[in-house]
Design a binder for this molecule. Structure first.
Ligand SMILES: Nc1ncnc2c1ncn2[C@@H]1O[C@H](COP(=O)(O)OP(=O)(O)OP(=O)(O)O)[C@@H](O)[C@H]1O
Ligand SMILES: [Mg+2]
Length: 333
């Protein structure tokens, strides 16, 4: 349905235990490359901010699923997989066992899903913090389990979900001569990463116009970047790379059309970055994430040096000082 989820490969039926007891059917899905379970992410960087980034990604996933009429029925962090997305995360639905597809979800269905999410997530974070190993990890970075509040975080999931849902679907009213506000709303939705396929405008007797954006589809920036460069990325990675293409064009090729600038950026920035990464290190992160990290690294080096550092120099330093130390994330289970 175009929503972020793992894809089914096969179904195994007629399963029995060794003693001959019947077992339910099993669904086999394709392994989602570069995906990480929430525990693995928290273990790497155990901090309240990490959990906040995870629940923000989960809230955005739930909104996308609800917009497409999918009721999850068992939202939880462990039924979700995460991929790195330029310092944030992109969430994927992994366990849809309890899911239902409807034309449209009622407010009650959405609220039920999100209430269950609140309970499950609070419980999962409590579990996460209770583990001896995690407490040790927290101690290593100078934190205690009390620094991460499971209820505050699960409340954040609900409020992030509600704000995003409101922003995407709320009806807006304005006077007839304020129709520029349609464009403003569309731009705001684009900025959030959603495309508006149809916006219904209705006027009433009092001369007010009511605007309700209809079908909203996520991936605004990643579609634009794909169109310009052929790069398949997540939304924040695309945002980041589009900004870099813009700055690159302004500095070196002012006035050149965007599509040509993008081609030059690919040749002069992207390709050299990827060439500088040894083949055996490509399993560590997705290409777009490596590019994002190199651009960040270039920025930090430039700030430290008080002058612009070349991408070439930045990528060499990045590979040696950062990437080499990272684990392979391509096939984590
Ligand atoms: N396609 C996939 N790619 C990568 N990892 C996956 C994939 N499918 C499942 N996993 C991993 O397995 C975990 C459990 O998957 P899932 O929730 O579907 O199984 P389950 O039988 O419902 O287990 P549980 O009872 O723990 O929920 C996920 O959290 C994820 O870490
Ligand atoms: Mg599950």
């Amino acid at each position: 349905m175009g929503t972020p989820s793992v894809t089914p490969d096969s179904v195994v039926t007629n399963r029995f235990t060794e003693e001959g007891e019947p077992l339910p059917a099993a669904l086999v899905t394709d392994h989602l490359s570069f995906s990480l379970p929430y525990r693995a992410i928290f273990e790497q960087v155990p901090s309240p901010q990490t959990v906040e980034l995870l629940v923000d990604a989960l809230a955005s996933l739930i909104v996308q699923l609800h917009l497409s009429g999918f009721y999850w029925g068992d939202v939880s962090l462990s039924n979700t997989l995460f991929r790195r997305d330029a310092g944030h995360f992109a969430a994927y639905l992994v366990d849809a066992e309890t899911g239902e597809i409807h034309d449209q979800l009622s407010r009650g269905q959405r609220e039920y899903d999100i209430e269950l999410a609140r309970t499950n997530v609070a419980g999962e974070i409590m579990d996460l913090l209770a583990g001896e190993h995690m407490q040790q990890r927290l101690e290593e970075v100078g934190l205690t389990p009390e620094d991460v509040d499971p209820f505050e975080i699960s409340d954040r999931l609900v409020s992030t979900y509600n704000n995003l849902w409101e922003e995407l679907t709320a009806e807006e009213s304005f006077a007839l001569d304020e129709r520029w506000r349609v464009q403003a709303r569309v731009e705001r939705l684009n900025e959030l990463g959603f495309d508006v396929e149809e916006a219904s405008l209705e006027s009433d007797d009092s001369g007010q116009v009511h605007l309700r954006p209809r079908v909203v589809e996520p991936g605004h920036h990643s579609r634009r970047l794909l169109h310009l460069t052929g790069l398949d990325t997540h939304e924040n990675q695309a945002r980041r790379i589009l900004t870099d293409i813009g700055q690159f064009g302004q500095a070196l090729y002012p006035g050149l059309p965007e599509d040509l600038t993008a081609q030059l950026w690919m040749r002069e920035i992207f390709v050299p970055i990827m060439e500088a990464v040894p083949a055996e290190m490509r399993r560590k992160l997705e290409s777009a994430e490596i590019v994002h990290e190199v651009l960040e690294h270039r920025w930090f080096m430039s700030e430290k040096a008080g002058k612009d550092i070349s991408t070439d120099k930045a990528v060499k330093d990045y590979v040696k000082s950062q990437l080499a130390k990272r684990p392979d994330e391509k096939d984590i289970f």
